[in-house]
Design a protein around this ligand. Structure first.
Ligand code: SF4
Ligand code: FES
Length: 391
């Protein structure tokens, strides 16, 4: 027997799920998006990096053929959007071949890049091959501060060039700025910069504290007053720049009272594949160490998505405890972030402590109030191996 997943007109066949996962699957359909972390290699060393503390080495990365097969499978099960990410995806010399496979599979392709290794020729080639969109990260508009945050010399100037090329070539551009206490005062200038560069979208993302960011939380966390200023800046600019610039604003969890629906709900919209081929419900899911993550080398993507133990662990609402279980927002925010619940409360099935209904909310809020008003420690830079340095 086979189960059909219908997704926006695309239909694919996968093995029928076992009965234990039938109810959880009632909310599952094909993932809307695939985050393909092609590599953990990256010339930048941002202290808020969402990659795991244990970075995957090049020898463990999926091969070109394996990534191409991932793209084929993603198209078959009805994935719509592909986010080519890393690390820095452009350090893969076979990016073109992987992109070609994705285009052939009918995926909308978004390149998430720091830009620093790109050349204009390569960008033109990627556009010719069918790349649909570029998302370029910026650390600050002040070059010296951007260099300090990323530990990469000349980054801001190079990113400026890349942003220009993207628009000259005719690709849509999103700028992404992770905000924290070392660049938060630059937000108005970052907004102006996005307009100047012709970006259609600006993602202003307050740091999410897991992986390297959690390690660097005391150095990154802004004060409540700083956070509230960013809300004001974004609200004002959203109004003023209607039709010019679209904003994605990720709020600061420690100053919120309701969590965001992390990943749009666990196992609901997104699937992540790590450089070594692990298929994850979210990019930080390996922090929930008891979960068993399947590898794309061993099992088809559609089968993992529907039947994988990790995907079904927190899919839907049946896993919820109080206060989420009886809450009328349980199918709006899906209890928030599992990884943050684990990191901050010791149980991934607890409500995200961002929620004021959580018994852990007060302690979670107090962390920010303590750390944000203390002097910032140095950054622990994201580096391969144990070489992370405090500076
Ligand atoms: Fe969301 Fe749970 Fe809080 Fe309700 S109790 S708002 S479902 S996190
Ligand atoms: Fe894993 Fe939020 S980061 S569920």
């Amino acid at each position: 027997m086979m189960e059909e997943i219908a997704t926006g007109g695309m239909v694919s066949s996968v093995a029928e799920p076992d009965s234990a996962t039938q109810s959880a699957m009632s909310c599952a359909r094909a993932p809307m998006g695939l985050l393909a972390e092609l590599t953990h290699r990256c010339p930048l060393q941002c202290p808020y990096c969402s990659n795991p503390l244990e970075l995957t080495r090049v020898s463990q990365e999926l091969t070109t053929a394996q990534w191409q097969d991932v793209m084929r499978q993603a198209g078959e099960i009805g994935v719509l959007q592909l986010h080519l990410s890393g690390g820095e995806p452009c350090v893969r010399q076979d990016l073109e071949q992987i992109l070609e496979a994705a285009v052939k599979a009918g995926l909308y392709t978004n390149l998430i890049t720091s830009g620093v290794t790109l050349t204009r020729d390569r960008l033109e080639k990627l556009a010719k091959l069918g790349l649909d969109h570029v998302q370029l990260s910026i650390q600050d508009v002040d070059p010296a501060n951007a260099e300090r945050i990323s530990a990469y010399k000349g980054g801001a100037a190079k990113k400026h060039e890349v942003a220009k090329w993207v628009r000259e070539i005719g690709l849509p551009l999103t700028l992404n700025a992770v905000v924290h206490r070392h660049n938060i005062e630059s937000l108005p200038a970052i907004i102006d910069y996005a307009v100047e560069m012709g970006a259609g979208r600006l993602e202003v993302a307050h740091t999410q504290y897991y992986a390297w960011a959690l390690k660097n939380r005391a150095a990154l966390i802004p004060t409540r007053e700083q956070f509230l200023k960013t809300v004001k800046y974004v609200d004002e600019a959203r109004e003023r720049l209607k039709g010019v610039l679209v904003f994605d604003f990720v709020v600061h969890d420690h100053y919120a009272i309701r969590p965001k629906p992390c990943m749009g709900g666990w196992g609901k919209n997104l699937v992540t594949i790590t450089p070594s081929g692990k298929v994850l419900p979210c990019h930080a899911a390996e922090t929930i160490t008891w979960l068993q993550h399947d590898n794309i080398k061993d099992r088809p993507l559609g089968d993992i998505w529907l039947n994988g133990a990790a995907f079904n662990a927190y899919r839907g609402t049946s896993w919820m405890k109080e206060p989420c279980r009886s809450c009328d927002r349980r199918e709006i925010d899906w209890g928030g972030c599992r990884c943050q619940a684990l990191a901050m409360t010791g149980d991934a099935a607890n409500a995200d402590p961002t929620c004021e209904k959580s018994v852990h909310h007060a302690a979670f809020k107090a962390i920010a109030e303590t750390e944000a008003y203390a002097p910032s420690p140095g950054f622990i830079y994201r580096r391969m191996g144990a070489a992370a340095a405090v500076e």
